[in-house]
Design a protein around this ligand. Sequence first.
Ligand SMILES: *Cc1c(COP(=O)(O)O)cnc(C)c1O
Length: 419
Amino acid sequence: MNRRFLKGNSGSSCLFNNLAGSTSTKTKTLAATASSYRALGSVAAADPPKIDVSKLVIKKTKTPKRKGDLESYLFGRVMSDHMLEITWNNRTNTWTNPVISEHKPLEISPAAPCLHYGIQCFEGMKAYKDDKGTIRMFRPDMNMKRMNYSMQRLAMPSLDQEGFLECIKELVRCEGDWIPVGKGYSIYIRPTAIGISPHLGVQETEDVKLFVILSPSGPYFKSGFSPVRLFADTDNVRAWPGGAGNAKVGGNYAPSIAPARNAMIEHGCQQVLWLFGEDHEVTEVGAMNIFFVVKNKENPKVLEVITAPLSRGDILPGVTRDSILTMIKDGTMGTDVVAVEKSLPMREIVEAESDGRLVEIFGAGTAAVLQPVKGIVYQGKEINPSSGEKVGQITEVLYQKLHDIQYGVTDHPWSVSLN
Ligand SMILES: *Cc1c(COP(=O)(O)O)cnc(C)c1O
């Protein structure tokens, strides 16, 4: 057992509180006591080994790729020229000097635990180029905190968040020419951590590789927003209290693919809405958090923007989710729009629809930013918000406000300039 990890549990709950950032005190208290975080008690190291940015080496490729027509790129299909790599070893508890070099296949042992036991976690973030050519990132500190949480869930070392982020920024600057310009265009950033010790056996990995790859991406929806239909799956469960649904670990995604394929083939739905428990409480969609815009029962002038709470530990704490909740709480949408984090059984959504109070549904995540939902197939019937096939007003306004912050149209501390 690795001694560095035996430091008591003071670190584990604040980990999560940090990530929750601007969510309410009530949620924080709940989250800190949730059993799903107790499991992390023994793995929080106070002092993460440092990643020395001053030793970063950049080896430029001699064979840069020709940049094709972005319109023909599908999400995640084209990779930029360079990648970042850093490795950690348990005996020395140090990270090697970071290296940026040609994007190329990795060489790892076929016994590496990332290939057998899913000792792997990742992040998804973007860099944008604004009208003046300035490169920007959106709340990257949130992604670093979440990556640290995911790594600790897998008994990997604590992450030097500042050091790692500096290296990522250097990679993004290096690949500046790969960042497409225009509304909805960006470069997708995929930080990844994998266990690479050359041994079989379900145990702590003794070697970790951190790598970061970049993929230029166009607007998620070529001809504006296109609302999707979701299948509320009552057979398969994505995550549960005490599980790892709140960590971005690869193991959460592989088992979701067969149910998603079934949703498409059997029900004509593009994605799965995951439920939990006998009350079929709403959790989230494959790689997006979900929001319901519902008129308040007593005062229909008030619109509640409802999403699942983090306290059960069965949803991923999305950066987009947190940004939407914070903007609403800060009054960006006016006093008649309120943010609500609560457990939401499907019957309440069915009831809201039949009362004519279900106004809009949307998903939220880095890839699509906001994804309007036109219907949810649940127990053989389809639930539709009153926005129908069109994009709802709240969805549209929130999207625009987020976009303007991300592309530096509005000045905001969430947008971090790299120049
Ligand atoms: C990444 C992800 C999200 C969205 O998180 P963002 O930080 O907003 O991109 C939501 N749910 C799941 C399961 C995810 O993997």
